[in-house]
Design a protein around this ligand. Sequence first.
Ligand code: URA
Length: 191
Amino acid sequence: MLEDKLARWNKVKEVCLRCRACPLAARRTNVVFGEGVLESKVMFVGEGPGEQEDLQGRPFVGPAGQLLDRMLAAIDLDRNKNAMICNIVKCRPPGNRTPTPEEGQKCLPFLRAQVDIVRPRIIVCLGATAVRHIIDPEAFITRVRGQWLERKGFWITATYHPAALLRDPSRKAEAWADLKSIRDKIKELGL
Ligand code: URA
């Protein structure tokens, strides 16, 4: 089972590493496919690689990533043990601009494949870009954060992007409430 997941993951990753479907490919240093445990019950989805991620080819390894790791640890999650971390777009948007809806759409088949392989029970959108691609193109993070919706067997929720929390620490109390809600859902589902 795990070997099967690994083989499928590596196959999709191989295709992703060669992808040139949108203009982001031209300026990337590395494709940032995603990382974590393939058996994870919880998947976190960010926006797209920043500078450090582009250089290292790994998601959430810059300042926002360090905060994300602490947020995960607060609810007993860890990308090396029981969590998966992916992004909407796998290549860095220049200057860390928000990816365009077209770039997001071009890249979404990779995320869909990742979800299909990992089959997490919970998907956590980190910030507005993930919310708009996964939950509703018109949604506002301030309105949907902390809410749950069940779709096709997945429990989906959202919280602030850690980069937003670094810019505006006054949102940390809400983010902590969202994390506790994720911890409660993990318990409720017996994961
Ligand atoms: N921000 C994101 O959305 N994703 C990363 O991988 C890093 C920073």
